[in-house]
Design a protein around this ligand. Structure first.
Ligand code: ADP
Length: 470
């Protein structure tokens, strides 16, 4: 039954989560906000990397589309002009000897291997037709050489095969690819990509160093909120972070001073009240016996007990340092104590229940709640559940203390946490409490960054839930 109810709670949480994650009616800006990573580190990286990637896309596009095309066009125009010149030169005296001489000069001065092949014809296969080079070469040949031509840009990787028909033969040119084509422009992209990778790595290293002090400050503030000491914390990093850290440390010191002041004052008051009380006791002892005297004695006894509780409440738990504690073990100890007092306590423990706690203080907190349940009910169920967060660390532990007693009326579930507030006197079932048990328990739970809440238990009585962040 406990389980069913706990699952029910989990269900409520997740359905609330679903409702929040609905994206139907989201403004695009809100959607972008939701898609952004939550961590400062990832966000800063995006702020640096996104413009860089965008810039690269724009530059690559402009470069490839405009620059590359223009360079290729100019190079092929120049090569075709050279070829046209050589051909017209050859045609003035179309003898093999002249052809050989022109070929030698072209090779030597232009770096262009040329051959005039009498009797040859153009290949049957069509010219290359795809790609930037094929386009611009085709255009240029068509414009500058008014003869049938054929070319192939793919067969050789280093050369472009260009053939032009003349009367009685074919002029064959094996133009080096670099003459017609901006072929090594990918180097530009490699450089651009390479330098951005280096920049990103540098950015990552710098960002890590900038963000680490913020993470440390957050962890220190969290630990302090959970009652854990962080003696090694020092302000570090950029001046704004240092300022925040300094302010946090001063605030922490102020809070600690206030707690100490409160404790000292309350302890002083309780202690001072003890002296007259001891005098009363002595005087009463001398007065002898009688029904009125017995009543007075009982009152004084009660006042003393209240003062003891109060003193303990006032003293708090500040002195104790928090240490790794296995809650399963602690709960088992409390159960053994409760069994000794004659209470029937059953346990149900789920998951890893180890966390830093002020052990004695927390034992007091849980004992108060379990003892209450034992006092007011026949059966007590203690269930502890570890709730791990989606990212695998942190999360929280919930301890449910259920009983099958009379419970507490709905409207008084908060009231009973007030110091010295008791229902027993009004309900005529005085169990000898002083009304501080729950106040102390809540104080301790809050000192650990958690809280205690009360509700109706599925077992019929009261359910106390102690929530602890891990
Ligand atoms: P006390 O020292 O009197 O037990 P607490 O602060 O622990 O003081 O509790 C305050 C009041 O809440 C008690 O007087 C009691 O009437 C009521 N109470 C606490 N726990 C339970 C419980 N498990 N079932 C019913 N009543 C409870």
């Amino acid at each position: 039954m406990v389980d069913a109810d706990i699952n029910d709670q989990a269900g409520t949480t997740s359905s609330r989560g679903d409702a929040r994650s609905g994206t139907n009616s989201l403004h695009p800006f809100q959607l972008l906000k939701r898609l952004m990573p939550r961590g400062l580190y990832a966000r800063s990286l995006i702020i640096i990397v996104a413009p860089m990637v965008l810039l690269q896309f724009v530059v690559s596009y402009v470069f490839l589309e405009r620059h590359w095309q223009l360079v290729t066009e100019r190079l092929s125009a120049k090569t075709v002009a050279e070829i046209a010149l050589l051909l017209s030169e050859y045609e003035e005296d179309p003898t093999p000897l002249h052809g050989t001489r022109i070929a030698a000069r072209a090779n030597e001065n232009l770096g262009l291997p040329v051959a005039f092949l009498d009797g040859e014809v153009l290949p049957d296969a069509p010219s290359s037709s795809t790609g930037l080079l094929a386009d611009s070469l085709g255009d240029e040949l068509r414009q500058r050489v008014s003869r049938p031509f054929w070319f192939n840009t793919d067969r050789y990787t280093q050369y472009v095969d260009i053939r032009i028909a003349y009367n009685g033969g074919v002029m064959r040119v094996l133009s080096p690819a670099s003459h017609v084509y901006a072929s090594n422009s990918h180097i530009f992209l490699v450089w651009m990509f390479g330098t951005s990778v280096v920049l990103i790595i540098v950015a990552i290293i710098f960002l890590r160093n900038q963000i680490r002090p913020i993470e440390r400050l957050a962890t220190a503030a969290e630990s302090f909120g959970m009652g854990r000491d962080v003696p090694s914390y020092r302000p570090q990093g950029a001046s704004e972070v240092r300022r925040a850290a300094q302010a946090f440390m001063e605030m922490r010191a102020r809070i600690q001073r206030q707690i100490e002041q409160r404790t000292a004052m309350l302890a002083g008051v309780s202690h001072d009240l003890r002296t007259p009380l001891t005098r009363f006791k002595l005087q009463l002892a001398m007065l002898g016996d009688g029904p009125e005297i017995d009543e007075l004695r009982a009152d004084i006894y009660e006042m003393e007990r209240m003062l003891d509780d109060y003193l303990e409440f006032a003293r708090g738990h500040q002195g104790e340092a928090s240490e790794e504690t296995d809650l399963a073990e602690l709960i088992d100890e409390i159960r053994t104590d409760a069994l000794r007092k004659g209470h029937d306590v059953r346990l149900e423990l789920h998951g890893d229940l180890v966390l830093p706690l002020r052990r004695n203080a927390f034992k007091r907190c849980l004992t108060n709640v379990v003892d209450n349940a034992g006092k007011y009910a026949a059966h007590v169920w203690v269930t502890a559940i570890r709730d791990v967060e989606a990212d695998g660390h942190g999360g929280s532990i919930d301890i449910f203390v259920d009983d099958d007693g009379k419970g507490i009326p709905e409207e008084q579930l908060e009231e009973v946490f007030r110091p010295f507030y008791r229902l027993d006197a009004a309900r005529n079932l005085d169990k000898g409490g002083t009304g501080l048990g729950l106040a102390i328990a809540r104080d301790i739970a809050r000192g650990h960054g958690g809280d205690i809440t009360l509700a109706r238990s599925p077992m019929g009585g009261l359910r106390a839930v102690i929530h602890l962040p891990v």
